[in-house]
Design a protein around this ligand. Structure first.
Ligand code: A3P
Ligand code: MG
Ligand code: MG
Length: 410
């Protein structure tokens, strides 16, 4: 039986937005330079420090993002990691809590975080369907992000898997890799035209921009040589810092994990303080916003930036505007929270409140649908007027939730 979530009558989601709980980081994990998972570790945390521009007027004052392309260390993302990094970390976090509590006065067994939905935030490396990529990267699962943008992204199509673990109704959601692989194959068949920059190069620009905008240590521990040395470092996309947050949209509580690029200053000492995260993006110079087509394209990009950062509580986005051949022109700072209002004043191609209300309604629908044993498929076709949710026999719960996590939670 297929349950459907209608996407045609969007008016029912209009109006002020439903309640949202501010995302709070409760733990973290890192991938190191060999892409080995380090649960609970902050070792790959980076610190923002703006890229250095030469003196204006000099020939070479703009950083060239293509430098070092030949030595790019690119991670192997052909393996389906399911929810593994997230689950290993959740497990390590819960086990550590247990130890702490045992050491104290009260022995409390089986500390388990509760949430209605557990998933990747998504939205980075893997999820840009409209762009041709030779390889994906980063987080492997499609997520709430796709839902957050679905009302205004007619071209997004996706398949996710969801399973409900045990009697507690926590749907765990992951991306359907087979579907993804097929999508990727069709994207890869588009070769760049002569004279066009390759997709690989454009992708490299994004990582090079990260490399010349961040430092591995806080400002106080940084030397001038560290800053100057960034230009010639070998760029690698293996190290990643992933934040795990608890949040809520409408009545649904969530545990989300996602990569964050860097922090401004330092992380606050108190865990309940918001973290001044920064999301880094590169983008071709805009764009004549009085031209409607260009404005629409620009706002679509803003929708993706906003959704990605909003879900983890990232307050700022630094956009590195570049020339068509990859020279950095300038940095523009966007405040995540203000993006929806900016769009409202512009071509008004999307509405942030509507996105949030739709997501809240969808999550409620999902938690009522994914109940009991089995695996459900969540599917949306390109231009599709609905999201379908139906049971699939292609997978069993054990494919999504690794053995060690199940044993831990049993
Ligand atoms: P840009 O965002 O500057 O294009 P993120 O911005 O999410 O931190 O991702 C960092 C970089 O990863 C991106 O930089 C881009 O180069 C690369 N990237 C993003 N989406 C990708 C995808 N679907 N496939 C491969 N690489 C991607
Ligand atoms: Mg990133
Ligand atoms: Mg980024």
């Amino acid at each position: 039986m297929t349950s459907t979530f209608d996407l045609t009558q969007l008016d029912r989601f209009a109006g002020t937005s439903t309640s949202i709980r501010r995302p709070r980081e409760f733990t973290r994990f890192s991938y190191d330079d060999t892409h080995t998972l380090k649960p609970l570790s902050a070792e790959s945390l980076s610190y923002y420090y703006p890229p250095v521009f030469g003196a204006p007027g000099l020939e070479e004052h703009r950083p060239d993002l293509s430098v070092g392309f030949k030595t790019f260390r690119q991670r192997d993302d052909s393996v389906d990691e399911h929810l593994d990094g997230l689950l290993d970390t959740l497990q390590a976090y819960e086990e550590a809590l247990l130890v702490k509590v045992e050491g104290g006065e009260h022995e409390v067994a089986n500390v388990r975080l509760k949430a209605d939905v557990v998933t990747w935030r998504g939205g980075d490396a893997q999820n840009r369907k409209s762009e041709h990529r030779s390889k994906g990267g980063g987080e492997l699962m499609l997520t709430t992000l796709q839902i957050l943008t679905v009302a205004f992204d007619d071209f997004s199509d996706f398949e996710m898997n969801a399973t409900c673990f045990q009697v507690r109704h926590d749907p765990f959601i992951e991306e359907n890799q087979a579907y993804k692989a097929a999508q990727r194959r069709s994207q890869n068949s588009q070769q760049p035209r002569r004279g066009e920059v390759s997709q690989e190069m454009m992708q490299y620009w994004g990582y090079k921009f990260e490399s010349i905008s961040t430092l591995p240590t806080p400002w106080a521990e940084t030397t001038r040589a560290d800053i100057e040395g960034r230009e010639t470092l070998i760029v690698s996309n293996n190290p990643q810092y992933c934040s795990m947050v608890r949040t809520g949209i409408g009545v649904t509580s969530l545990i989300l994990a996602g990569e964050v690029d860097c922090v401004l200053g330092e992380k606050p000492e108190r865990a309940d303080q918001p973290i001044p995260w920064i999301e880094l993006k590169t983008s071709a110079e805009p764009v004549n916003l009085s031209n409607h087509r260009e404005a629409v394209r620009y706002e679509r990009k803003l929708l993706r930036y906003w959704a990605q950062s909003f879900l983890l509580g990232v307050p700022k986005i630094m956009v590195g505007y570049r020339t068509p051949d990859g020279f950095l022109n300038r940095i523009v700072e966007l405040e995540t929270q203000r993006i929806p209002a900016q769009v409202k004043r512009g071509a008004h191609t999307w509405d942030g409140n509507l996105c949030i209300n739709l997501t809240a309604a969808f999550l409620e629908f999902l938690t009522q649908t994914v109940v009991g044993n089995g695996v459900w498929r969540i599917r949306r076709w390109k231009n599709g007027g609905m999201i379908e949710v139906f049971k699939t026999e292609e997978l069993v719960m054990e494919d999504i939730l690794k053995q060690s996590f199940r044993t831990h939670r049993e």
